[in-house]
Design a protein. Sequence first.
Length: 220
Amino acid sequence: MAPTILDRREGPYGEVVLRQDGDHFEIIANGTFLMDTSDGRSERLLVDAAREALGDRATPTVLIGGLGVGFSLAHAAADPFWARITVVEREHAIIDWHREGPLAAISGRALADPRALLVHDDLLTHLGTSPDTYDALCLDIDNGPDWTVTQGNENLYSPDGLAACAARLNPGGILAVWSARPSADFEESLRNAGFNGVRTEEIPVARGVPDVVHLGVRPA
């Protein structure tokens, strides 16, 4: 049976669609599959890898770039380690699906957590204008540095975008970036942007290349 379209919206960045396929939900952006609720391991690793890299830092704060299906937010909110959790999402439709739609089953408790703040904004705009700094940036806004879904997303992975990320990190803070496939070029970009300890963690998938989380540390 073909997936059922639950909602379709035209926004400032193109079309976003919420579909249901059996027990799972899928988000499609501009005709490209973005993510679904079938697994969630890589979204959780995005948060866990940053947490592990921070060690025993007191009252750590995290910014999650991209609400998606809500796995990263829910995982962070389930952990008392995080003192403050900010989520930046630019698609109003996705926010609605979490506030009032079927994705509330994943994120509802997390969004009600007093540590959590949901911001409706473009991630790069937020990074460039917010006065706040964080101990971790966990970014998952598209399919990765070599496979962007919407025009303009590639700016996040540019030297200027990585400089904006570094500016929002506290000394010793962690940048974690999800990608649908490994990118040696992006690892080099992180090093060129001044990040230390650059590494990549893989998440095996049933078919094809593994999902990965690219990590870098802002120098203390």
